[in-house]
Design a protein around this ligand. Structure first.
Ligand code: FES
Length: 166
């Protein structure tokens, strides 16, 4: 039988220390997992209307795409249908060129267009969006914000005017 009062208080102190370090370990494991899974609030651009720093005939691999749209990156996509029309020298149709807030809705990485896959890709955690901006696989919890596109100028060399829809 232990009659030393100091030994009992040491045992209590040791037990509290073990409990505290266990709680800290659980928190250190859970916090990044919860942060990874938790949907983030939308990151919205402050701009209303911006002319892209490239023209239609420079797409799909225009330098400077995504470009700065009121402090947020804006990605302009020439759809495969639009690319065919452009190659045939035809006038583009509404929807052939699309624009999106290029910030991934998962954890704010910048997304890119992958013409070879026909999708929009986030390389941070392999998030995939379709060409309507809908999240189709991987962790992104929401679609990309879409912008309105207006073309100005002579066919094939139009300026691309991007504006917010709301
Ligand atoms: S930031 Fe995680 S998939 Fe884009």
């Amino acid at each position: 039988m232990d009659t030393d009062p100091g030994s009992s208080s040491r045992r209590r102190w040791l037990l509290h220390s073990l409990q505290a370090s266990f709680a800290a370990t659980v928190a250190a494991i859970c916090y990044p997992v919860l942060r990874f899974l938790r949907p983030r609030p939308a990151t919205v651009s402050g701009a209303m209307e911006v002319v892209a720093p490239f023209r239609v005939n420079q797409l799909p691999n225009a330098p400077g795409n995504p470009f700065n749209f009121g402090g947020k990156p804006c990605l302009v996509v020439l759809t495969p249908e639009g690319e065919k029309r452009l190659a045939r020298g035809e006038r583009l149709q509404p929807g052939d060129i699309r624009a999106f807030n290029a910030i991934c809705t998962h954890m704010d990485c910048t997304v890119h267009y992958r013409p070879d896959h026909g999708d929009i890709f986030c390389s941070c955690h392999n998030g995939v969006y379709d060409l309507n901006g809908h999240n189709v696989s991987g962790p992104p919890p929401r679609p990309l914000e879409t912008y309105k596109v207006t073309l100005r100028g002579s066919p094939g060399q139009e300026e691309i005017v991007v504006s917010r829809t709301s």
